[in-house]
Write a protein that binds this ligand. Structure first.
Ligand code: KG4
Ligand code: ZN
Length: 356
């Protein structure tokens, strides 16, 4: 019986300081031994978004004890760890630097390999922590900073099929929430408010609905919400806006995911697996709509468990585990990369003048 690798994952790309220890069993199924996430929601809520310098300071203050707690909770000792995997990008550079430097120092002090991880690849591989998942698969990554359809062909091998040309889906949820007077990040609250509202009360726009393949756009929606939110008179109005917004998102994502299936199947006819990851994958209405769509189109649908949809270090350790097995280690001068797309060949599609 060979010794199974024990990987420490560290995440600090935005407003969560996180550390996790994972390993795998004899069948190669990953096992999470500990998973500690410390959110900075309280630090940023009065500012309506993440303030980079405050976030970095909070990471510095916490990283030591978060890593120590991850080690303690795993029941192991620091010298049982075989490699350290830290998020190197994309994200806020001042934040990335904290977890990256800590991981490098830990690896150097313990004389073990260091592995740099793309945060988005962490989300992409997060379903592997609880499901058997073979390459290739179609991935929908929906978080606060990214909204993309990607064909995942293997570890480190991604082809982008579609992306947002303006706001990310999580950002659209958060901005709508802000207009309804909900503190950042309000995405999860929209789901709660929508339960009590009339989804047909407001007709909202669906930008690039009938063009642009599986590219996405949400900025026009925010402008429309801004207009209707000026007439809010009572709580019921807020519920109706939340419900109408969520319904519009469901219609957009239904259509665009169908388009993504079409694009993906051009090269992967018999590999119909659809994975949804990132913070917004926690939304139950979006989950059930996508599960139904998969059933209609003979796709197997896979979601990470709700607690692994948001930022965490178990998903970073998961990428670390796969890279460790392939001996894909990095030098200790590996830089933080604020911009680090999964598909380096895909065109930059944000901003004015984008043609679809
Ligand atoms: O992946 P994540 O934790 O962080 C990033 O890497 O961005 O995603 C956070 C985003 C936020 O915009 C948050 O409002 C959104 O995910 N989110 C949700 C829900 N839970 C989290 N949006 C809609 N419905 C939810 N239940
Ligand atoms: Zn994330």
């Amino acid at each position: 019986m060979s010794k199974k690798p024990i990987i420490l994952g560290i995440e600090s790309s935005c407003d969560e300081t996180a550390a996790s220890i994972i390993t795998e069993n004899e069948q190669g199924i990953p096992i999470i031994l500990s998973n500690i996430v410390s959110s900075q929601v309280e630090v940023h809520k009065e500012f309506g978004g993440v303030v980079p310098e405050l976030a970095a300071r909070a990471h510095v203050e916490k990283i030591d004890w978060i890593v120590q707690k991850a080690i303690d909770d795993s029941g192991l000792k620091a010298d049982d760890i075989d490699a350290v995997a830290s998020t190197a990008g994309p994200g806020l550079i001042v934040c990335l630097s904290v977890g990256l430097s800590f991981g490098k120092s830990f690896a150097s002090a313990m004389n073990i390999p260091f592995i740099s991880v793309n945060h988005l690849e962490g989300h992409a591989l997060s379903p592997k922590l609880n499901s058997k998942l073979d390459y290739p698969y179609l991935l929908l990554l929906i978080s606060g900073g990214h909204s993309q359809y990607l064909s995942v062909e293997g570890l480190g091998s991604y082809k982008r099929l579609g992306t947002t040309i303006d706001d990310a889906l999580g950002e659209a949820f958060d901005k709508t929430a802000k207009l309804l007077g909900i503190e950042f990040p309000g995405g999860p609250q929209i789901e709660v408010l929508a339960e009590k509202g009339d989804p047909n009360k407001y007709q909202l726009p669906k930008p690039i609905f009938n063009k642009g393949g599986c590219n996405l756009s949400f900025a026009g929606l925010k402008t429309a919400i801004l207009k209707v939110s000026k007439n809010i008179k009572n709580e019921q109005d807020k519920f109706d806006i939340a419900a109408s917004f969520q319904k519009t998102i469901l219609e957009i994502m239904y259509k665009k995911t169908k388009n993504a299936f079409y694009e993906y199947e051009k090269n992967n006819v018999n590999k119909k697996t659809f994975v949804v990851a990132g913070g917004v994958a926690a939304n139950k209405k979006i989950r059930s709509m996508l599960i139904n769509l998969c059933e209609e189109n003979n796709y197997k649908s896979i979601f990470p468990p709700i607690n692994l949809c948001g930022d965490n270090a178990a998903m970073i350790a998961m990428v670390g585990l796969e890279k460790f097995k392939l001996k894909q280690f990095n030098d200790l001068d590996y830089p933080a990369k604020p911009r680090w797309p999964l598909d380096e060949n895909a065109a930059f599609l944000k901003g004015a003048g984008v043609k679809l």
